[in-house]
Write a protein that binds this ligand. Structure first.
Ligand SMILES: *Cc1c(COP(=O)(O)O)cnc(C)c1O
Length: 405
């Protein structure tokens, strides 16, 4: 299928380019030492990951450890309460550890093992990526250093406990504001020192090449499964596919299965409290081109051109940029990016829980809210939503802040 002069039949093979660009977005804007380490990972990825042994081992892990394929559920009661449009969810909440993040962490850790590395290194904000990577490290018997700001360590006690139980070393970062940004810097510093024995594992389709490509490829299992399952269930393709976008990994994985189909694709960003800079994290909708964390993409900037402060009720969506491939698909208009407020998110969180018996992650609730909105606008057809994770981690916070609705 051709779209704005891009041939989507061959898109996934052609993008990114060999130096990691999706159009003008992507690349690897890092120090020469780090560039050397990134090149080593790129070379390893291109050889090891194409081998049938690696692919076979990853498939077995997906089936026997992660519990894949995850099902698609038809939301009968919710659909009927809105009108004639049929809503479906791809159940990444049923993936082991309760979210899609394990899909790329298992891939990255398996790559580390094949490369002969002893350790995996990462940063974490809310702790979700840290827990997924600690799980993968335990499975493969790798050491695991997770860098985390002291402010986040206090806020995210259950995830800190999970990482420690899984055997990870949680490294407290105390400088600056002691949150995610400082943790990223500290993790990159550690990796620059230790890259001979360690591999850095990014938590989304962001960062320097090859991570946006690698994480997309590892997540594409979501979209490939979903397409086959949906056609098997209904005999046709969905009319629309919807996923929430933080860094953009669950959405990129889901979209990868449908880019070459006559399907409308929607990426949902957090509108938070409103459109004012600082009140949201809808970088693709309101941002401009810029470089941060080693890649060129669309980002929210303050008056000095630095990454702007961002806000969302969902800590997993709270990032001032998104992966370079999303910026590319945005400019091509292949994917439409829109935003959903905190208020609409909380409404969808309770609706899905009450009407379907599925408590969604607060990040995923953004996608559910958008799917419900589309269903109100469309007269007929079907919408497939990526339910990126389960909401157990969010229950205490939501009850405290919003009460039971
Ligand atoms: C981390 C997270 C997200 C956001 O990350 P993406 O890379 O944009 O997918 C979304 N949903 C859940 C459940 C998460 O844990």
């Amino acid at each position: 299928m051709k779209f704005n002069d891009i041939d989507f039949d061959t898109y996934l093979k052609k993008y990114p380019s060999t130096d990691g660009y999706f159009g003008k977005y992507g690349g690897a804007y890092v120090s020469p030492e780090l560039k050397k380490a990134m090149d080593e990972i790129t070379d390893a990825y291109f050889t090891i990951c194409k081998s049938s042994k690696f692919i076979g081992e990853l498939r077995k892990i997906r089936r026997e450890f992660q519990g894949r394929p995850t099902p698609i559920s038809y939301l009968e009661r919710l659909s009927k309460s809105i009108g004639n449009v049929q809503l479906y969810v791809k159940r990444e909440d049923l993936n082991h550890t309760g979210a899609h993040k394990l899909n790329h962490c298992m891939g990255e850790a398996l790559l580390a093992k094949y490369m002969g590395k002893k350790k995996v290194i990462a940063e974490t904000g809310a702790g979700q990526h840290g827990v997924a990577l600690a799980t993968a490290a335990a499975y493969f018997g790798l050491e695991c250093d997770i860098y985390m700001g002291s402010v986040d360590i206090k806020k995210q006690a259950p995830n800190v406990a999970r990482m420690k139980i899984l055997g990870a070393n949680v490294v407290e970062v105390t400088h600056g504001l002691a949150t995610l940004k400082e943790a990223v810097d500290a993790a990159f510093d550690a990796y620059t020192r230790e890259y001979k024995d360690a591999i850095y594992c990014i938590g989304s389709v962001v960062g320097p090449h090859p991570f946006p490509m690698m994480v997309r490829d590892f997540q594409s299992v979501v979209g490939i499964e979903a397409r086959e399952q949906f056609v098997g269930m209904t005999g046709e393709l969905p009319d629309a596919v919807v996923a929430c976008v933080g860094g953009g990994s669950n959405s990129m994985g889901m979209f990868a299965g449908f880019l070459n189909d006559p399907v409308d694709i929607y990426g949902v960003e957090p509108l938070g409290r409103g459109e004012k800079l600082g009140d949201h994290a809808a970088s693709l909708k309101y941002g401009t081109e810029g470089i941060m964390h080693g890649f060129n993409s669309i980002m929210l900037k303050d008056e000095n051109g630095d990454p702007a402060p961002v806000y969302s009720v969902a800590s997993g969506l709270d990032y001032p940029s998104s992966g370079p491939e999303h910026a590319f698909l945005h400019d091509l208009s292949r994917v439409k990016y829109d935003a959903i407020s905190d208020e609409e998110t909380i409404d969808a969180f309770f609706k899905l829980s009450r009407m379907e018996g599925i408590i969604p992650a607060i990040e995923s609730s953004h996608a559910v809210a958008y799917g419900m909105k589309l269903a109100r606008e469309m007269n007929h057809g079907s919408v497939l939503i990526c339910l990126s994770g389960r909401g157990d981690k969010d229950m205490d916070y939501i009850i405290e802040k919003y009460g039971i609705r």
